[in-house]
Design a protein around this ligand. Structure first.
Ligand SMILES: [Zn+2]
Length: 374
């Protein structure tokens, strides 16, 4: 069953599965909880379960096409850039009144639903107020407070929480080729967020990147200004590497357009779309990289702080670096460490406001150096 492939969220899965089996399906659901925790995967599994003759077997043609987002009766809406265009919601409103193509039901999954601005939201509200009989909406959001209360009140809320560490570890061990200590580390570093944990398993360079950040942090005590800036630019290179890879992936996609199966005008349009999408993704990936750098740094100083307090090894995030943590804690004092962690928090907020990556990394490194080693 498709639901069995989803780790954690047993209460959510049970209630959705039951709704499908008993045929008590609501017109609108609101999936809430932290981002990357698995809401969307469950939404898709739920859509498949509603359409599949076997309540979501995971193997039939219906399940497969829903999972690949290729089923005509399941529409997935994602924001284009910062918002979900109102035109898209208007399209859905019209489409909702057309008969399903193959099934008895049509499903609309709206990702980041909080990014419907006023007009889009009120358009959707009109459908939710008098929904056609065979239509189900699933609104997925990490920030339900940003949705209209009138929309919220028409949806059944399904809450998602972080996955308990043991459950996540077990899942990583059974689905990924990974050693138990490594799985432990990934679970701690990603705080029970499934999407991130999978990234850490599938992209081993993330761990190398963590090691580079910690090595640089440990070298700060001995580094002069030039060396510190040099280290900052090495860390920036780490942050940019996946961004460069993304650009080359988009280039491949663009090259694929010119295989002669499309007319020139369509190729030009798609090419432009891909360029825009690539630019947006680049910005996102770079912010993500900077935030990962900052959180690695922050966890590192937190570990030293805990160790210095005589804390328990099991509380450390970077448990594999126990010796290094112990040796750092001899030189660093609690007040300065706390100040550093605060400062890194500031840098985190700056990253969200799109401060250039280079500036952010440099000023954080210099700031930490000033506090800890001046
Ligand atoms: Zn199926």
């Amino acid at each position: 069953m498709l639901f069995d492939d989803v780790v954690g969220h047993s209460a959510a899965k049970l209630s959705l599965q039951r709704a499908v089996e008993q045929g008590h399906i609501n017109h609108a659901y609101l999936f809430t909880g932290p981002s990357a925790v698995g809401k969307f995967i469950v939404a898709r599994a739920f859509a498949a379960a509603m359409l599949c003759p076997d309540n979501g077997c995971g193997e039939c043609n219906v399940c497969r096409r829903v999972t690949l987002e290729k089923h005509p009766d399941v529409t997935v809406v994602r924001p284009a850039g910062k918002n979900i265009p109102v035109e898209k919601i208007r399209e859905i409103r019209l489409d909702a009144f057309r008969k399903p193509s193959e099934s008895d039901i049509k499903v609309y999954i709206i990702k980041n639903a909080e990014r419907m601005w006023e007009e889009g939201a009120s358009t959707l509200l009109k459908v939710l107020e008098e929904p056609p009989g065979n239509v189900v909406f699933i609104l997925v959001t990490a920030n339900p407070g940003a949705l209209l209360p009138t929309i919220l009140s028409r949806c059944q809320e399904i809450r998602f929480t972080r996955i308990p560490p043991d459950e996540l570890k077990e899942y990583l061990l059974t689905t990924r080729d990974i050693a138990p200590e490594r799985a432990d580390l990934v679970v701690r570093l990603t705080g029970g967020v499934l999407g991130r944990a999978l990234d850490w398993c599938d992209e081993p360079w993330r761990l190398t990147r963590r090691d580079n950040v910690i090595r640089a942090a440990r070298a700060l005590g001995r580094a002069d200004l030039n060396r510190t800036l040099e280290m900052a630019s090495e860390l920036l290179r780490d942050v940019r590497a996946p961004v460069d890879e993304l650009v080359s992936r988009y280039q491949d996609k663009k090259d694929g357009l010119a295989d002669g199966s499309l007319d020139n005008r369509t190729v030009r349009l798609l090419d432009k779309d891909l360029d825009e999408e690539c630019r947006r993704e680049q910005v996102k990936e770079e912010i993500r990289g900077v935030k990962e750098f900052l959180s690695t740094l922050s966890w590192w100083y937190r570990d030293i702080l805990i160790w210095g307090e005589g804390g328990d090894v099991s509380l450390l995030v970077n448990r594999d670096l126990e010796d290094e943590i112990a040796s750092e804690s001899e030189f660093l004092n609690e007040r300065n460490l706390l100040e550093c962690i605060d400062m890194i928090g500031e840098s985190m907020r700056a990253a969200e406001q799109n401060i250039p990556a280079q500036l952010n990394i440099e000023s954080t490194m210099l700031g930490v150096q000033g506090v800890l080693y001046a």
